[in-house]
Ligand binder design. Sequence first.
Ligand SMILES: [Zn+2]
Ligand SMILES: [Zn+2]
Length: 545
Amino acid sequence: MGEVFWSDDIASLMINRKKYNHIDKAIEPSKSFAIKSSTSISGVPHIGNASDVIRHDAVVRSLREKGMDVRFLWIAEDMDALRKVPAGIPDSFSKYLGMPVADIPDPEGCHKTYSEHFCTKFVDSLSDFGTKPEYLSTSKEYRAGNFSKWIKLVFENLDGVREILDKGRRVPLAKNWVPWKPVCQNCGKLMTTRVTDFDSNSVKYVCEDYQFQPYGEKAYTKLSGCGFKGDSDMKNGKLLWRVEWGMLWAYWKVNFEGAGKEHFMPSGSFWSAGEIAEKIFDWPEPYPGENYIQPYEYLTISGKKMSASVGNVVATWDWPSFAPPQVLRLLFLKKPNRVRDFSYEYIPKYMDEFYKLQRVYFGKEEDDKEEFSRRLYLMSEVSVPDKMPAQIPFDYAAMVAQMVPEEGRIEKAVQIFRATKHLGEKYDAKALGKMLDMAKEWSDRYGGPSYKINLQDNPPADVVESLTDNQKSAIRKLVKALDRDMTEDELYAKIFEIIKESDISSKGFFKAIYTILIGRPYGPRLAQFILIIGRNRIRKILEKI
Ligand SMILES: [Zn+2]
Ligand SMILES: [Zn+2]
C-alpha cells in the first residue's frame, strides 16, 4: 500500500465524517459537498493567488472521483476595505482607502468596479489551469439582503457569540460590542465607522478618524472620518471577520475550506468561526479543520517571498504564455505543507518532473512510489489525454522555436522533432504551435544565455584569426559540400568525413563552427542545425572565412 494522496485522504475524511465538532450532534451521510475557496485579491492577481484555488481544486477532484456531487465556490470577499494601494495601482487610489473594494472604480475602466475587474480576470484565467470555480461575491449578497436572516440570528444571540470569541481574548469584549461594521452613507468608507447604539433591526454609527497598520507595514495609515451620524440598515456593511466567516460557511453550506496556519492556532479564527457556525447557525464547522494544506507554506521564488511589490510574480493570465499550466499545478500540489523554492529559469526542469509522472501514469516507466506519482500526475494535469502524448523537453523546444523560420514553422519543427525521435507519425499541430510559442517566450524572458540562439551573419574577426589552417581548410570543404541537398544523415556523415580528412579534432572543429555561427562554443547537433537554418545561409556565412 503506497502513500495515500493528501486530497484523497481529505475527501475520505469528509465523506466519513459523523459529528459536529463543537456540539454533540450527528451528521447525516450525504453525497453533496460544497468547497469554498477565497483569495484576498487587492491588486493584480498573481500566481501565488492561484495556489489556494488549485489546492482546493484537488480536493474537489478527489471528491468527484469518489462519486460525490461537489459545488466549488470562489468567493470574492469584496465588502472588505482596501487597506493599502497595491503595487501597480495609481497612487491616486489612496483616496479610496477604507472603502469596500466593491465600491472602488475599475483602474482600467472595463468593469463596474475595482473588485470585479481583478476577480473576473482572475477567475477567467483559472480555466487555463484546469479549474473553474463558481465566482460569487459577499457585497452582492449583503446588499441583496440575502444574509439578513443570518445577521438577525447573530443579533438575537449576541451573548453566545461574545462568549465564543472571549475564549481567545485576555480582555473580554465590551457589553455594547456589536459584530457589525456599517459603510458610511455619506463618504462610503467602512473602516471609519463606529457603532454608538443598536437594536435588533438597526445600528447607529458615527464616522470618525481612524488609524491602522496595514499588514506587513510599520507605518500607520490615517483615514479621516466625515463626522456623519447615521443608521445602518444591516445591508450596507459587513459582519466582523470571525462571525462573518462562520456565517459564510452556514449560508453556502460549506464542508471544506483551507486557510493559512495562523487561523489554526489554539482559539484561532477558524475554530471560533467554526464554533459560531455550529452554535449560532447550526452548520457543522468545515472538516477536516487543520489538514494537509496547512501549514500551507507558499512557494518562494529564488529564495524570496512571492510578492507583487517585490516584483517576482506574474499575473495568472500571463503564466500560460511562457510556461505549461501543469507546472504550476505540480508545484502547488506536490507537497502542499512544505516550502518549495521556485525559479523561472528552471521551468524545463519542472516540466521534466511532470513528464516523468506522465510516463509512470501511462506505464512507460517504473517508480517506487507509483501510486502517489499516478495521483500527482492526474492532479497536476489540466486535461488527461487518452494515451501518452509526445514529450518534447521544454528547453529543447525553446531552442528549436528560435531556430525555425516563421514560414513553415510547424513543419520544420516537426522535421526536427522527428529526426531526434521526440515526435512520432501523428502530432497535434495546434498543441505543438502552442508549445513552441511558450518555449520561445520562456527563453526570451528567463532562458538565460545558454538557451539563446543568435545566428551571426558576420563571423567575428578574432574568432576567424584564431582558426588553424587545418580548421580553415575543413570549413572550405564544408562550404563546398553544402552546394547540394542532403538528408541529415548524409550531412552528418559528410561532416565526419571532412573532420577525418583534415586531421583535426572533432571537438575543436565543432567549437570553432559554433563560435562562428552563434557566438558560443556549443550548440544543437550541427547537421540538424545547418538544415534548419538552411544550407545556403550557412554557406554564405562560412564563405566569408
Ligand atoms: Zn476592468
Ligand atoms: Zn463618512
